[in-house]
Design a protein around this ligand. Structure first.
Ligand code: NI
Length: 169
């Protein structure tokens, strides 16, 4: 398993919608293994294929608490088919948006359909933290970063900071 480079804002690839994975083949399995290694190395709770430069609709995540050991979850071609309620996701962050956190308004519970690692249909009813993680990762597959969901004032602050940082490099 390889640790892959995580693309960061303002890399344009991050704003490109990903394509459905049509074949759950060896290439996808290798990608999933590498994404898992990358996720745990970062460390993070979720990672979308697009963040490592692969434009397919694949996400990996692990919301288990550290003392209970790892529990990697894989979701291929996920779709949110139902959502309910409203909640503020406090201090949301992203491996592709370094050194920035913000509150994001999200649905409090969702129903997600997709495929598991073997290509079997999967349906997940999620609330709490998992609902927030899944919404964040599925956003990535549509080319949406969480900074697109915050106030334009806060977003501009972040963008200005990144522009300055790039200039100073
Ligand atoms: Ni993210």
């Amino acid at each position: 398993m390889a640790i892959l480079k995580i693309l960061t804002y303002p890399d344009r690839f991050l704003s490109r919608p990903a394509m459905p994975a049509e074949h759950i083949d060896e290439t996808i399995q290798t990608l999933i293994g590498d994404m898992a290694a990358t996720l745990y190395d970062a460390p993070g709770v979720g990672l979308a294929a697009i963040q490592v430069g692969y434009g397919k609709r694949v996400i990996v995540y692990d919301v288990s608490s550290q003392d209970k050991g790892r529990s990697l979850q894989v979701l291929i071609n996920p779709r949110i088919v139902d959502m309910d309620g409203e909640v503020i996701s406090e201090n949301e962050g992203c491996l592709s948006v370094p050194d920035f956190r913000a509150d994001v308004k999200r649905a409090s519970s969702i129903l997600v359909e997709g495929l598991d690692r073997e290509g079997n249909p999967l349906s997940i009813e999620a609330g709490g933290h998992l609902a927030l993680v899944l919404q964040h990762e599925i956003d990535h597959l549509d080319g949406t970063l969480f900074i697109e969901r915050i106030s334009s004032l806060k977003r501009e602050m972040y963008k200005r900071r990144m522009r300055k940082r790039i200039k100073n490099k």
